[in-house]
Write a protein that binds this ligand. Structure first.
Ligand SMILES: CC(=O)N[C@@H](CCC[C@H](N)C(=O)O)C(=O)O
Length: 371
């Protein structure tokens, strides 16, 4: 696929970001593309808003899987690009438009010239939430086309184009969403002593959670507790009866996640007593860590060398990826693809360099042939 075709696909997808399990236009775009390919070796099945595509091998000894996530984020784009999102309040701010474009380029190449082994493309919904990998893994289609090895990529804004990065073992963190609802007693702004102020209680929880990371987690381990959204109250002169915190927890081990949650629950119980209020916790979706297969990463690094792509050893990251569930069952790996963007992931000005599309597609095609 040439640069013009790659860029067109990416820009088409970039304009129609959709949230988890709502990727209806995205799925149609993928299906329209798939159906115009030569069908001799190609079979496809939809699954919720995702798509499985099987490409029969010429001399198959195994099945190699490649996963691309599909969903966008609830974020208003501010890149000012001519092909900016046409969906208000939604943006491809985590590179999933790149991920799908590269997968489509690889699919087109193999549809015309199949690899020796069977290949299955997994276009997966809802990576940003509530998580599509785990249920997709349990689907009937996956049972029929389950790969023997699987890999995926993620765009890396901080790496230059022409560079990729990965590591054997732990690459991405364990994650847990964190939703906290507080109910106290509202009242007149001038009589705080007659109320149980939930804006103050919620604000206190935010800072107390940071003390868990600083004072309860082994300094040689690590954890992150981010509160991304805080809401409460209705107007400036009414003390808030209710408040809500929305956040996420990141740890490098499942055990640390258990410990951090225990500490959060202790802090919350303390808040209930000290503020005479009711606090409920919902941990939402939880992702297993991304654990790369050592031998496959080593093989992958050799493939990058063959293509004159700069391979760098990655550090573990506190990002989450539900691809970790696939790696829990199927040997494989994830790698970072350098896209050289000043703005980072989940930022409204993220603008990856489209030159990386060619690098990524060539590498994925070779990986599907060689792994
Ligand atoms: C690569 C990336 O950005 N992944 C997301 C995964 C989100 C998981 C879940 N919805 C949560 O918020 O914990 C990330 O934020 O790391």
């Amino acid at each position: 696929m040439n640069t013009e075709q790659l860029t067109k696909i990416r820009r088409d997808l970039h304009q129609i970001p959709e949230l988890g399990f709502k990727e209806v236009k995205t799925q149609k775009y993928l299906l329209d593309f798939i159906q115009q390919l030569p069908q001799e070796y190609v079979t496809f099945e939809t699954w919720k808003t995702g798509v499985f595509v099987h490409v029969a091998g010429q001399n198959p000894k195994k099945t190699v899987g490649y996963r691309a996530d599909m969903d966008g984020l609830p974020l208003t784009e501010t890149t000012g690009l001519p092909f900016s999102s046409t969906h208000e309040g939604q943006m491809h701010a985590c590179g999933h438009d790149f991920h799908m474009t590269i997968a489509l380029a690889a699919l087109e190449a193999l549809a015309h010239q199949p690899a020796d082994n069977h290949v299955v493309f997994l276009f997966q919904p809802a990576e940003e939430g509530p998580g599509g990998a785990e249920p997709m893994l349990a689907s009937d289609v996956m049972k029929n086309w389950k790969p023997d090895v699987v890999f995926a990529l993620h765009v890396a804004p901080d790496l230059p184009v022409g560079t990729v990065s990965s590591r054997p073992g732990l690459l991405f963190a364990n994650t847990s969403e964190l939703f906290i609802d507080l109910v106290g007693k509202g009242g007149h702004a001038a009589y705080p002593h007659h109320t149980k102020d939930m804006v103050v209680a919620a604000s206190s929880l935010v800072t107390q959670f940071q003390q868990i990371v600083a004072r309860r987690v082994d300094p040689l381990d690590s954890a992150v507790i981010t509160i991304g959204k805080i809401t409460g109250g209705t107007v400036q002169n009414i003390i808030a009866e209710q408040a809500r915190l929305e956040g996420t927890i990141r740890t490098m081990s499942p055990q640390a996640m258990i410990e951090v949650k225990k500490e959060i629950e202790k802090v919350v119980r303390g808040m209930e007593i000290s503020n005479d209020c009711k606090v409920s916790i919902d941990y939402g979706s939880n992702y297993y860590q991304v654990e790369n297969d050592e031998n496959l990463v080593r093989h992958f690094s050799q493939i990058t060398e063959k293509l004159n792509i700069d391979y760098r050893e990655a550090n573990p990251a506190m990002t989450g990826e539900d691809f970790g569930y696939m790696l829990k069952e199927i040997p494989g790996f994830m790698f970072w693809l350098g896209v050289n963007s000043k703005a980072g992931l989940h930022q409204s000005q993220l603008s990856p360099d489209e030159e990386a599309l060619d690098v990524g597609s060539k590498l994925v095609i070779q990986g599907l042939k060689d792994l």
